[in-house]
Design a protein around this ligand. Structure first.
Ligand code: MN3
Length: 362
């Protein structure tokens, strides 16, 4: 294991990332993102980076555990985000042959799906958070004197959200069934994989349109609307790929045509055109654009656009402490240690920023 290297940054289109790199093995780095400031170029081996921000905004509204539970279908259901993520990543990891644009397309969508899993998980957690309406202080003992501080939780559709998940998302569907790896289809045959992916996106969109109609909660609707529109982009991606392989998609098997633009939150995103964009997320160049460009395969004469990453990103709301869940469960002694470590880390980051600021401006 190597030493911690000087802080470096990489350019992304919304700014620059500051990363402390540790060489774990020759050419392989472990990176810790510290902040955003100066630019630098790094050499990297195969790896994934993560930016601490969300692909869409979490809109504030009241807690709503039933809405959270309906959204679980979109996360851990058979046609949910966990499946799209794992299906496209497995297909890309198992990809054979040298048809690189198809690999880039499948993997690029798979990487976006990681951020959909993150967005929907955070949305579920936001809908659950604070629903017991317990207002005890940080180091109080909740339930003292026999009080049922989480009385409401036993009546919820999935009490695991409180007993197991501490008011956070779970890898289950809306009926509480655990997510299963057997949902993932990686056929090893490019045409079958693309067709399977198209059915997956179309069904995911259909189910999300049903979930949209189950609640007026603005937190649920903002996320569902975004995912509906991105499913449409992914339908276009896989349909376009099939088109390049000779399938006249519009004539053979028209994509389900129900009109989600009647939902106001969806309409706004469609007007912004994000259903005709796809992102490749590659720092070392992608051939996705060879497929995802030109006329959209949906019969509306719109144009497809490949971008490196989404045009906008959004802050991840910090989850407050929940004493009634013993989460994170720090007592005064542990809190003191955690505070000391945070202060230490901040001072190290400041010092590195100052040193780096002097010598690197490229
Ligand atoms: Mn998705």
């Amino acid at each position: 294991m190597g030493k911690l290297m000087p802080v470096k940054t990489i350019k992304i289109s919304h700014g620059e990332l500051m990363i402390a790199l540790k060489e774990m093995n020759k050419g392989f780095f472990y990176g810790m993102i510290l902040g955003q400031r100066h630019s630098y170029t790094i050499n990297f081996a195969n790896m994934f980076f993560h930016v601490q921000s969300l692909i869409n905004e979490i809109v504030a509204d009241e807690p709503d555990p039933s809405a959270a539970n309906a959204l679980q279908e979109g996360l851990g259901g058979q046609f949910g985000e966990m499946r799209t993520m794992m299906q496209y990543l497995f297909q890309s990891f198992n990809f054979r042959g040298d048809a690189v644009p198809y690999l880039d397309l499948i993997q690029g969508v798979g990487i976006e799906e990681i951020s959909h899993v993150e967005l929907i998980s955070k949305t579920i957690a936001t809908l659950l958070d604070g629903s017991p309406q317990y207002n005890g202080k940080k180091f109080d003992v909740p339930g003292k004197g026999g009080e049922a501080t989480m009385d409401m939780a036993k009546d919820q559709m999935n009490p695991h959200h409180f007993i197991v998940g501490a008011q956070g998302a779970l890898p289950v569907d809306s009926a509480g069934n655990p997510w299963s790896g057997s949902y993932v289809h990686s056929h090893g045959n490019l045409v079958l994989d693309l067709m399977d992916n198209l059915v997956l996106e179309a069904t995911g969109r259909l189910q999300k349109c049903r979930i949209y109609q189950m609640s007026e909660n603005a937190t649920l609707r903002a996320t569902v609307a975004f995912l509906i529109v991105r499913d449409e982009a992914h339908q276009a991606a896989f349909a376009k790929a099939l088109e390049t392989l000779g399938v006249n998609w519009g004539k053979v098997l028209p994509i389900p045509k129900f009109d989600s633009s009647k939902y106001p939150e969806v309409k706004k995103l469609l007007d912004a055109g994000i259903h005709r964009e796809q992102y490749h997320f590659r720092l070392d160049g992608s051939q996705m654009e060879k497929i995802f460009s030109g006329t959209a395969p949906l019969g509306d004469n719109s144009e497809l656009v490949t971008l490196k990453e989404p045009r906008q990103s959004f802050p991840i709301p910090m989850a407050p402490e929940r004493p009634e869940e013993f989460a994170p469960g720090l007592d005064p002694d542990l809190q003191e240690l955690a505070d000391a470590f945070t202060t230490f880390k901040e001072s190290m980051t400041d010092k590195k920023n100052r040193t780096n600021g002097k010598k690197s401006k490229n």
